[in-house]
Design a protein around this ligand. Structure first.
Ligand SMILES: NC(=O)c1ccc[n+]([C@@H]2O[C@H](COP(=O)([O-])OP(=O)(O)OC[C@H]3O[C@@H](n4cnc5c(N)ncnc54)[C@H](O)[C@@H]3O)[C@@H](O)[C@H]2O)c1
Ligand SMILES: O=P(O)(O)OC[C@@H](O)[C@@H](O)[C@H](O)[C@H](O)CO
Length: 470
């Protein structure tokens, strides 16, 4: 019988003063930002912890409190040729505030001069504007609304601002967040002095994050708890690799000495090339493999990468012949990045489920693969066959009879309606600008290619369809 993870069971674990407010208590942030705070603390380069704010009412606050805000990060994989299987109890989370049940405590954060940084990961849905949010709400529904209320209180107290580094996987995340905060400041009539304070005293950075974090190791939890000697309901598995690009002034490196602690963190004036490379060459292949893999009965990214007959050559060819030629970066750098990504995908120590990547696949296809398909078509006059096949598999998988779909109800309803007429389905779905950001009916040959591929996928299966293209 193992005991629960707690500070009384490990009385020697250190505590640190709060220096960061973090919106989001999910797996990713705990294995990424908080784990990095821990590494800086371990090396004596930093003395700080994060106070976590639940962005939505339901969350992990109570579970974390039961474990005195401790949890274990398990890093599993290969780094620079060496196997890594590390386990570390993270002590850099001080507490969790649920603004829905303790709103006063939430606003009290504005009073603490030691708090310098704000980070967030509220999923792609989090940096959003809700017209019904008001300053007087306790709390506002949206994350930017909650943040605006906190910043306004800080301003009213005459205190300095924050360095704000969102980690959501959306393009120009810091700019979008700032734009919505400014919108609320105008709408709520918070005054010119506040607007000036926002601009002068706060630094909104854009950032790009990269670490594969499959999260709680459901299949191995009991075995791991026996090995660790304690129960941990919040342990998180992740790969050892990480990369964080922060677009902002270089002094951030002094105040947050991540690179100095040996962490793979870059502070730069322009993160665009890093973002393009990651979103298209890592997230793109993830999204491309999901519908084809699920239709073939594969379960994990590793299953895909171990399938030497069809799926692994598909990923290599997709990267090298369809994605890399469409990116504006030196080819040799892109090829070596692609090799490294394929190695990470093969990581035998983590179980990265295709179903977990499949969540909201339509918007992922739109940002990760569609721009490549369109550029390929414009530049070569032909469609990229592998991306187009994967697009066909995505559309087929959204019929919902072969693969469990995970997407917004309005998107699923649209697919149900459109699939109601199988003969006209492709033509109808391509017209839906709301899904693709642009009408796709005019893309030469796309409708016909998708019709052919959907037929082929239905008749012969995704493995056979792939084998004809690799
Ligand atoms: N897991 C990974 O490998 C990985 C890697 C890089 C980036 N990411 C990104 O990080 C995000 C979170 O991933 P995770 O694995 O931590 O998931 P998670 O489910 O463990 O955590 C989700 C977090 O987002 C918050 N959230 C959910 N819906 C929200 C909404 N509508 N508004 C505001 N907040 C909301 C939750 O409160 C929680 O804090 C994902 O969007 C993902 O794209 C994940
Ligand atoms: O996290 P999602 O669901 O947006 O996308 C799934 C994966 O592509 C993603 O989590 C990658 O593993 C991650 O972006 C690597 O840094």
């Amino acid at each position: 019988m193992t005991h629960p993870l707690s500070r009384s069971a490990f009385p020697d674990l250190p505590s640190y003063p709060e220096s960061m407010i973090q919106f989001g208590e999910g797996n990713f942030m705990r294995a990424f930002v908080d784990w990095q705070l821990q590494q800086m603390n371990n090396q004596g380069l930093f003395q700080g912890s994060a106070v976590l704010v639940q962005p939505i009412e339901q969350g992990l606050g109570e579970l974390l409190a039961k474990q005195d805000y401790l949890y274990t990060v398990l890093l599993n994989g290969i780094m620079q040729g060496d196997q890594v299987n590390s386990r570390e109890i993270v002590t850099s989370v001080s507490r969790v505030i649920n603004p829905y049940t303790e709103h006063e405590n939430y606003l009290t954060l504005a009073e603490d001069d030691r708090l310098e940084f704000i980070t967030s990961n509220t999923t792609e849905a989090g940096i959003a504007y809700h017209p019904e949010d008001r300053l007087t709400d306790t709390p506002q529904k949206s994350f930017p609304g909650k943040l605006t209320a906190l910043l306004y209180k800080r301003f009213q107290l005459g205190k300095k601002g924050f360095v704000i580094i969102p980690c959501e996987l959306i393009d120009r995340n810091g700019e979008k967040l700032k734009q919505i905060v400014l919108q609320y400041a105008h709408e709520w009539q918070l005054g010119d002095a506040f607007l000036e304070w926002l601009e002068q005293e706060n630094t909104f950075c854009c950032s790009l994050v990269d670490r594969i974090v499959p999260g709680y190791p459901r299949d191995k939890a009991a075995e791991l708890e026996r090995e660790l000697g304690y129960q941990d309901n919040l342990m998180v598995t992740a790969e050892p690799f990480l990369f964080w690009v922060i677009e902002g002034p270089s002094w951030i490196e002094d105040r947050l000495p991540l690179a100095k602690a040996g962490l793979n963190v870059v502070v730069t004036e322009d993160m665009t090339p890093y973002r393009e490379r990651k979103v298209h060459l890592l997230n793109g292949p993830h999204t491309a493999m999901v519908p084809l893999g699920l239709l073939a009965g594969l379960e994990t990214v590793e299953d895909v990468m171990l399938d030497a007959e069809a799926f692994s050559p598909f990923i290599k060819k997709l990267m090298e012949q369809e994605i890399i030629p469409m990116l504006d970066l030196p080819e040799d750098q892109l090829l070596s990045y692609a090799d490294a990504v394929q190695e990470r995908f093969k990581n035998p120590f983590i179980r990265h489920e295709l179903t977990s990547i499949s969540l909201n696949s339509i918007s992922k296809f739109k940002t990760r693969l569609l721009p490549i398909l369109l550029r390929f078509q414009q530049e070569t006059g032909t469609l990229p066959p592998l991306i187009t096949l994967s697009f066909a598999a995505l559309l087929l998988s959204y019929r919902g009879d072969r693969v469990t779909r995970q997407d917004g109800p309005e998107i699923l309803a649209l697919f149900d309606y459109t699939w109601g007429d199988p003969a006209g389905f492709i033509a109808s779905i391509l017209k839906e600008d709301s899904l693709w950001g642009t009408g796709l009916s005019m893309v030469p040959g796309l409708k016909e290619a998708l019709e052919t591929y959907v037929r082929q996928l239905e008749q012969a299966g995704s493995r056979s369809a792939l084998q004809q293209l690799i």
